[in-house]
Design a binder for this molecule. Structure first.
Ligand code: DC
Length: 207
């Protein structure tokens, strides 16, 4: 079974995806880490994330087996990832890895922005996870503070709105709910409630 989870930043899709993967005994790929790794490679080398040729070269060179998730989850890396992910050549360079991951015989859980629309259009289960921007900003600020980063909620909200706009308006593989994806709004749900709602959707959709 392939479970495709998409949604905007801090919607809860990552947590739901991890828990679904553990529940069903499937491997999980957080595809945001791929774009974050490209962004971090550029930032570390002192380049702007919008430098197309360098971003494409970095996308071809990333090694997911060696990802440092803590470093990739940093705030500024996420912002830069939103910029590099709008470059079509970067998306093309990361395409095969994601499709191969999903092609394992037992299936997999993948989460990102274009899993149900581009990477796994034939996934049996597609869920689009969302939450009100203010709720997402609060969650993201809480998460950042928990990791020792400074976070002003109003500034995080402004960045989330800008990131939503950038992810939704890019021409290649924009953030979009697939027509056959089920909407899961986690605004009023805690982690356990979100997980239980996701399980109910999976059980309803799986063939
Ligand atoms: O989910 P995240 O915050 O780790 O993603 C970081 C950025 O990467 C996000 O702003 C857009 C991009 N991204 C994408 O374009 N496509 C994906 N499948 C996953 C992430």
């Amino acid at each position: 079974m392939i479970i495709a989870i998409d949604g905007p930043a801090a919607s809860g899709k990552g947590t739901v995806s991890k828990k679904l993967a553990a529940h069903y005994g499937l491997r999980h790929l957080d595809t945001g880490l791929l774009y974050r790794a490209v962004a971090k490679a550029l930032l570390d080398a002192g380049y702007a994330p919008g430098e197309e040729a360098r971003a494409i070269a970095a996308a071809k060179a990333i090694d997911p087996a060696r990802f440092d998730e803590t470093a990739l989850k940093r705030y500024e890396v996420g912002e830069a990832a939103s910029v590099v992910s709008a470059i079509p050549g970067v998306r093309a360079a990361l395409f095969d890895f994601q499709q191969e991951f999903a092609a394992a015989p037992e299936g997999a859980v993948l989460d990102g922005r274009d899993i149900g629309t581009v990477i796994c259009p034939n996934a049996e289960v597609k869920i689009f996870v969302t939450a009100a921007p203010e709720i997402r900003a609060r969650r993201r600020a809480f998460e950042l503070r928990g990791r020792g980063e400074k976070a002003d909620e109003a500034a995080v909200l402004a960045d989330i709105l800008a990131r939503d706009e950038r992810d939704r308006s890019r021409s290649t593989a924009p953030l979009l709910q697939a027509p056959d994806a089920h909407l899961l709004d986690t605004s009023a749900l805690d982690i356990d409630g979100s997980f239980r709602a996701a399980i109910a959707l999976v059980e309803r959709m799986r063939r």
